[in-house]
Ligand binder design. Sequence first.
Ligand code: ASP
Ligand code: MG
Length: 411
Amino acid sequence: MLVVQKYGGTSVRDIERIRNVAQRAIDYKNKGNDMVIVVSAMSGETDRLLNLANSIGKFPDEREVDVLISTGEQVTSALLAITLKEMGHDAISVLGHQVKIATDSSFGKARIEKLEKERILEELKKGKIVVVPGFQGVDKEGNITTLGRGGSDTTGVALAAGLSADVCEIYTDVDGVYTTDPNVCDKARRLDRISYDEMLEMAGLGAKVLQIRSVELAQKYNVPILVKSSLVEGKGTLVCKEEMMSMEKVVISGITYSKNEAKITVRGVPDKPGVAAGIFTALSDAKIVVDIIVQNVSRGTTTDITFTVAKTDAKKAYAIMEDTAQKTGAEKVTMDEDMAKVSIVGLGMISHAGIASKMFSVLASEGINIEAITTSEIKVSCVIESKYGELAVRALHTAFGLDDEDVREEK
Ligand code: ASP
Ligand code: MG
């Protein structure tokens, strides 16, 4: 088998942890597997380097920032290769430009365009364990690029896809993907399996186990990802295609929760074509991402539009809306900065009726008022007052049967 393993920052935090990584790689190799290991920078290193650059000036040159922050992964790659050799196994680090991992030139958020696999295959054929730094690539001009924060996951999946690996294991500091945040709900459980679509919803809604782009890539090339802890033994969570899930058992896979929401309402907006376009163009021009949008049924000639934005953008969005309200003749703008969003995510929603209404009933029975709702095929989100957020998560977790053992068994 060809195995790609990716290790996050906490898994290569110091030499002792790097030795653990090396030991696991050697064990796999001794069982007859070809091994490609992708590493992140030591935990905190990328932040440290970014802070240094930002301490020089407000807008450090983007090309040079990538030269700087890609070094973290180069350090851990070399240290792991040195460790492997010290432990008696032949190994080699192959950097982004040596692989090569060809990207576009968007420094700091480059996209992989092509992956050349010959060099890695050559080294594997010589019996070496190949170590590749995550996060880095090279553009057409030969400039070093980086793939965005958390981008080593994407490197791991891209290599697994490009090399047609049998397994892509992503080692991190949690032992898998959970039904919800264990810090909020002590009954949260590890899922044995989760589909790509569910994982994308959960990641988009704030569950930070995998970089979203790595999941998109895995789905595109159908690479199953096994998320595991490098610190404790366990089965981990398999992120895989829908067909590999057992559909009978659960309807809802997870509950997510974010406190970072603000709600803005523009009242008495003239109900005519172009008004919504005006409001949301003004926001997008200011690079403000709008999440949920609700437009009321109009009363006569006016209507109300409510939307949510990240709390950090709230004041700016409010100011823009005051201005827009004046221009369009809207009555007034109100804002509430203490909102939370709770969401239920699950493939089973597609085939089960009454999921959304059950969610609303659960919230109602806790005396929680719903301020806005949005749905997708596999998700229902409710905006509520932030003081009720954690209560809502726990109540929903119980109501949708996630407290039970064997949340989602392997087939
Ligand atoms: N070191 C990079 C970061 O912190 C990439 C990664 O760890 O995945 O974002
Ligand atoms: Mg990381």
